[in-house]
Design a protein around this ligand. Structure first.
Ligand SMILES: Nc1ncnc2c1ncn2[C@@H]1O[C@H](COP(=O)(O)OP(=O)(O)OP(=O)(O)O)[C@@H](O)[C@H]1O
Ligand SMILES: O=P(O)(O)O[C@H]1[C@H](O)[C@@H](O)[C@H](OP(=O)(O)O)[C@@H](OP(=O)(O)O)[C@H]1O
Ligand SMILES: [Mg+2]
Ligand SMILES: [Mg+2]
Length: 499
C-alpha cells in the first residue's frame, strides 16, 4: 500500500546548529535537533545533512559525525554551489524520490532551483516565505515531523493512508522506534507515525492526525492511594495528557488506542483480580483449570487482623505482596515474598497492597501478548519455587523490584526443574482466555503473564498489562500485527460512528 517512491529529506545545517554557539570552538545542536535526528533515524526516510562547502572543518566534522551517528542512511552532502546548481545526487533523487529540503536559512534562488526539480521546501523559523512562493513555513523545529508527515500523506494522495499521533515516555518511544514500529514513511498497511508534542498546541496537531496511540500511564504524575482508581478519579496526569483527555471528552468519536476508561482497570491490581476471577468459568473437563491467584487486599500489615483475613481468604504462606497500584508510579513494582506473619512488620511494599498466593511454577513464565486479533507468547525464566527462595532469605521477607531485581532462578535451579516432570502449557486454554479478555477489556493491545502451577497444572494468570513492549516477539511478526491492530481498531471505530 505504501508509495512506490521513497522519500528523501535533506536537512540544512542551519536547521541543526545552535546559532547561540556559532563561532564557539565546539559547535552544538540547537534545542530539539537531537530528538529530531533520533526520530528521523528510525523514520524509514532517506535522510541527509547538507552544509555549505566553505564551512570551518570543526563544524563540517561535527555535522558529519551527527550524520554518522544516525547512520540510518544518512549522507553528508556538500551545499549547492554558488550558482545554485543542485548537486548530482540531489538531481538524481528528484528523478526517483519524493524530496523535501528543510532549512532555517532563506535563499530564494536556491528555493526556486529546488522547486523547479520538484523538491518541497520547508523553512523553519523565518519569515521569508510569501504565500505564493510554495515554501512551507513553520515556526518551530518541533513542528517539522508533523509537517513532513502531512506533506507525505498529501504526496501519496491515497485516502487509505492514516496518520497515527503517539504519546509515551521517551525511553518507550525509543524502544518501539528502534524496532521500526513508528515509520514516517508509511508502514506496509499505510500508517504514518508522528510523535504528539506537548510543547505545541494539541488541537492543530490533532487536525492532521487520524488516530491517537498512547501509554497513558507514562504521563501519570501521581495516584491517590486512598481513592479507588476509576478513571479519571484518583489519577493526576501531566498537563499534556490532561489536554488529550479533554480533547477526547469533546470529540468522543475520535479514534484513540485505547480509551482511557478501558485502560484504567489495569492500573489497579484489585480490579485486575476481579477481571481474572470472571475468567474462571473457562475450565472444562480434561483441560487444565485457568484461574486467578487467590488474593486479598489489605490497607495495612497489622498482624492480628491479618491472620484472620488470610484464613477467610483461603490464603496460606508463602505470599507474594504487590502494591495495589499496578503501574505508572515509581514504586508500583516494589514487591515482597513473605514466608510467615512476623515478616509483615515493617514490610516496605506500598499500601494498599494485594497479597497473592505464591504459585510454585518451576521458574517458567509464559508472557502472552494480544495485539489486535493475534495472540503471541514467549517463555521466560521466572522466580524459582518458594522452598529455594526461603533458604536464601533467612527469616526476612524477600523484597525486590519486579522490573529491576526480580529473583529469577539460577542455572542450577533451572536444571533441577528440567529434571522434574513439569506440567506443560495448554496454549488453547490460554488463547481462549485471551479472546475473552480482549472482549471484556475492550483493548487493542495488552499482555498477561501465565504460570503453570506445579502439581495441579492450574494455569494461573498473575499479571495483566496495558500496551506492553512485547519485545520477546520477533519484530517481523510483532510489527505487522501491531500496525494491523491499529488500522483495524480505526476501521471498526469508524464503522461504528457511521452506523
Ligand atoms: N502469584 C504469583 N506466584 C508466583 N510467582 C509470581 C506471582 N505473581 C508474580 N510472580 C512472579 O513475579 C513476577 C513479577 O510479578 P508481576 O508480573 O505481577 O509484576 P509487574 O511488576 O506487574 O510486572 P510487569 O513488568 O510484567 O508489569 C512475575 O513475572 C512472576 O515471575
Ligand atoms: O516492557 P514490559 O516487559 O512489557 O513491561 C512493562 C510493564 O508492563 C509496565 O507495567 C511498566 O510500566 P510502568 O513504568 O508504567 O510501571 C513498564 O516499565 P518501563 O517503564 O520500565 O518500560 C514495562 O516494564
Ligand atoms: Mg508481569
Ligand atoms: Mg504488571
Amino acid at each position: 500500500m505504501a508509495t512506490e517512491r521513497p522519500v528523501r529529506l535533506v536537512l540544512d545545517a542551519s536547521l541543526l546548529l545552535d546559532p547561540v554557539g556559532a563561532g564557539a570552538p565546539v559547535p552544538t545542536l540547537r534545542p530539539g535537533a537531537e530528538a529530531l535526528l533520533r526520530r528521523l533515524r528510525h523514520s524509514n526516510l532517506g535522510v541527509a545533512i547538507c552544509h555549505p562547502e566553505e564551512m570551518p572543518t570543526t563544524v563540517s566534522g561535527f555535522l558529519e559525525m551527527a550524520a554518522d551517528l544516525n547512520s540510518f542512511g544518512y549522507i553528508s552532502l556538500p551545499a549547492p554551489t554558488g550558482n545554485h546548481l543542485l548537486n548530482e545526487l540531489m538531481l538524481e533523487w528528484s528523478r526517483t524520490s519524493s524530496c523535501f529540503y528543510a532549512t532555517s536559512t532563506v535563499d530564494e534562488d536556491l528555493f526556486s532551483e529546488l522547486q523547479s526539480h520538484n523538491w518541497k521546501v520547508i523553512a523553519v523559523d523565518n519569515e521569508c516565505g510569501t504565500k505564493d512562493s510554495g515554501v512551507v513555513n513553520i515556526g518551530k523545529l518541533q513542528e517539522l515531523l508533523i509537517t513532513l508527515a502531512t506533506l507525505i500523506k498529501k504526496e501519496i494522495a491515497s485516502s487509505s493512508i492514516l496518520m497515527v499521533g503517539y504519546a509515551m515516555k521517551p525511553s518507550r518511544e525509543e524502544d518501539f522506534a528502534k524496532r521500526g514500529a513508528f515509520p514516517l514513511y508509511p508502514s506496509q498497511n499505510g500508517l504514518i507515525f508522528v510523535p504528539l508534542s506537548f510543547e505545541l498546541p494539541l488541537a492543530s496537531q490533532l487536525q492532521e492526525v487520524d488516530i491517537i496511540l498512547h501509554k497513558m500511564t507514562d504521563e501519570i504524575i501521581s495516584i491517590d492511594p486512598n481513592c479507588s482508581i476509576s478513571f479519571p478519579r484518583g489519577i493526576s496526569f501531566s498537563a499534556g495528557m490532561s489536554e488529550v483527555i479533554r480533547f477526547m471528552e469533546e470529540y468522543p468519536d475520535f479514534c484513540i488506542i485505547d480509551p482511557f476508561k478501558n485502560i484504567s482497570p489495569l492500573l489497579d491490581r484489585l480490579q485486575i483480580q476481579e477481571i481474572l476471577v470472571r475468567l474462571q468459568e473457562l475450565g472444562s473437563e480434561g483441560r487444565p483449570k485457568l484461574r486467578a491467584p487467590h488474593s486479598l487486599k489489605v490497607i495495612n500489615f497489622s498482624g492480628s487482623e491479618l491472620q484472620k483475613q488470610l484464613a477467610e481468604a483461603n490464603l496460606s504462606f508463602p505470599l507474594i505482596v504487590k502494591p495495589q497500584v499496578a503501574c505508572g508510579v515509581a514504586d508500583a513494582h516494589n514487591m515482597a515474598l513473605v514466608f510467615q506473619i512476623e515478616e509483615f512488620s515493617n514490610l516496605s511494599v506500598p499500601l494498599p497492597a494485594i497479597l497473592q498466593e505464591y504459585i510454585d511454577h518451576g521458574s517458567k513464565i509464559y508472557k502472552f501478548y494480544v495485539i489486535g486479533d493475534k495472540v503471541f507468547h514467549a517463555v521466560k525464566t521466572s522466580m524459582p519455587n518458594a522452598n529455594l527462595l526461603k533458604s536464601s532469605s533467612g527469616d526476612e521477607p524477600l523484597t525486590f523490584n519486579s522490573l529491576k531485581t526480580l529473583p529469577v532462578a539460577t542455572k542450577e535451579q533451572l536444571l533441577l526443574n528440567r529434571a522434574q516432570d513439569n506440567k506443560s502449557l495448554n496454549i488453547g486454554v490460554v488463547e481462549e482466555a485471551a479472546k475473552l479478555l480482549k472482549e471484556s477489556l475492550g483493548l487493542t493491545i495488552f499482555g498477561f503473564d501465565v504460570v503453570v502451577q506445579e502439581g495441579s497444572g492450574d494455569h494461573v494468570i498473575v499479571d495483566l498489562n496495558y500496551l506492553p513492549s512485547f519485545k520477546e516477539v520477533p519484530d517481523s511478526e510483532a510489527m505487522p500485527a501491531f500496525w494491523d491492530a491499529i488500522r483495524q481498531s480505526y476501521e471498526s471505530k469508524k464503522g461504528k460512528v457511521q452506523t
